[in-house]
Design a protein around this ligand. Structure first.
Ligand SMILES: [Zn+2]
Length: 239
């Protein structure tokens, strides 16, 4: 049994910019929570329709393919539902309109935990630039959690439609430079890899990617004595 003393939430909403972001960042933890009885919902802001280096790509067909890949990856993990907001890939802005849409999802699903991108990260481990869509989605998701979804006068039309204000208890932010929560994913590492494998359109050599993901997860786990880990910036919101 994992000894990271991580409680199992009842409901978890995972908000991501693109298909495959969740599999890289959080699927080991999601798989563990699902096994422990959590109900998990994915909210994808884009379909990843720019995720190709071939200029002749049919972006509509690519978006449809990547949506199917994401749904298969979610099914692999036992996720309850997947929704797409269909914002254009590569052009996500931290807009009020997007905040309204994510707030609506939070008030509908009423999660204890929201997982998303750490919006404060511009350079991940000084190794790569964090995609602007990741930063925008993380920012809007955090703003939707606090204070927007919590305070009933924000987007009051939700209340009129029967959706009450909702307080999220905790944020789990991935691709962070300030992980304060390592989750032991020793028991679900293979399921994370299996979920990632569904995003076939994104990999020339899946074996190489899988080796890289395994090595990074094992290195992260070593810090806490786990066989493998995912790292999060965990923020517990005051009640
Ligand atoms: Zn992404």
């Amino acid at each position: 049994m994992p000894d990271d003393k991580l409680p199992t939430p009842e409901r978890v909403l995972v908000v991501a910019a693109h298909p495959d972001d969740i599999e890289f960042g959080a699927a080991g933890t999601v798989a563990r929570w699902v096994t422990e009885g959590a109900v998990v919902h994915y909210l994808l802001v884009t379909r990843g329709d720019k995720g190709s280096d071939d200029p002749a790509t049919d972006v509509v067909a690519l978006g449809e393919l990547r949506e199917r890949e994401q749904r298969s990856a979610a099914t692999e993990i036992g996720v309850d539902g997947v929704d797409f907001l269909d914002e254009p890939d590569g052009q996500v802005e931290p807009s009020l309109r997007l905040r309204e849409r994510i707030t609506h999802a939070i008030r509908s699903f009423r999660p204890e935990v929201v997982m998303t991108h750490d919006p404060t990260v511009l350079f991940v481990n000084n190794e790569w630039v964090n995609h602007p869509d990741h930063r925008a989605v993380g920012q809007v998701a955090v703003d939707a959690v606090f204070p927007t979804a919590r305070d009933p006068l924000n987007f009051r039309e939700h209340l009129e439609a029967g959706l009450e204000a909702w307080k999220v208890a905790e944020l789990f932010l991935w691709s962070t430079n300030e992980a304060n929560q390592l989750v032991d994913i020793g028991g679900t590492m293979e399921r994370k890899i299996d979920a990632l494998r569904h995003h076939a359109s994104q990999f020339r050599s899946f074996d190489e990617i899988a080796r890289w993901v395994r090595r990074r997860s094992e290195e992260l786990g070593e810090r806490a004595g786990y066989p493998a880990a995912e790292g999060f910036r965990r923020v517990t919101l005051a009640r």
